[in-house]
Design a protein around this ligand. Structure first.
Ligand code: CA
Length: 225
């Protein structure tokens, strides 16, 4: 289980990481909102611990952007601000749970277990298999061996399209239509951008499946020799 900690108080971030390590979790730390968003968008985390007040980009805006991109990683907000309106803003922004600092360690760890368990239960076995890849419909998790990454909604739709058309060429027009639909304001390079996100994830997974670019036409999934 990999947890991202986005917290600008350096000592608190280190304490959280230490606590989580002792429970057997792997952690990464970001000390500002922009690098936090960047890391979170990678979709490799099982849980994100997010502070509200952060330099460069506050936690609420980070969360709205993350959810806006289709990312569904569970988020536990930890913030010093204790007014009800902030809590509402946190939950409205897409937080799964909200803890006010200072928090009790047992409560924090219970929240972590709760959120991880909840996302585990959301899994179902409807999966698409292709080469060494297994794409889970219920959770947007893409597995390869014992590694897995969580895809955003659009990444999932794109990956599903490619996997269902394994070895066939999927054109850019098909991608824009199936993934973004008719109405969306869609840029021509959206497909390329999301293909690059997926390629990064396939590399992270050490998959033998590659996305080949067919120049001027589209893309095609194939298993590398
Ligand atoms: Ca802070």
């Amino acid at each position: 289980m990999r947890i991202l900690i986005v917290e600008d108080e350096v000592r608190l971030a280190a304490t959280l990481a230490e606590l989580l390590h002792r429970q057997g979790y792997t952690t990464d730390i970001c000390h500002d909102g922009l690098s936090g968003l960047d890391n979170a968008m990678g979709g490799i985390y099982d849980l994100i611990m997010l502070d509200g007040m952060l330099p460069k980009l506050d936690g609420f805006s980070l969360l709205r952007q993350l959810r806006g991109s289709g990312n569904t990683t569970p988020v536990l907000m930890l913030t010093a601000r204790s007014e009800v309106s902030d809590r509402v803003e946190g939950l409205d922004s897409g937080a799964d749970y909200y803890l006010t600092k200072p928090f009790e360690v047992p409560e924090l760890l219970a929240c972590v277990r709760l959120l991880l368990r909840r996302s585990g239960e959301a899994r179902n076995d409807d999966a698409i298999i292709c080469g060494d890849l297994r794409l889970e419909q219920g959770t947007f998790l893409l597995h390869c061996g014992d590694r897995s990454v969580r895809l955003s909604r659009r990444e999932y739709d794109l990956m599903e399209l490619l996997m269902r058309n394994y070895k066939l060429i999927v054109t850019k027009e098909q991608i824009l239509l199936k993934v973004w639909g008719y109405d969306a304001e869609v840029e021509d390079n959206n497909a390329e951008v999301y293909i690059s996100f997926l390629r990064r994830k396939l590399t992270h997974l050490h998959s033998t499946v590659k996305i080949r670019t067919i120049r001027m036409v589209g893309y095609c999934l194939e298993v590398a020799e």
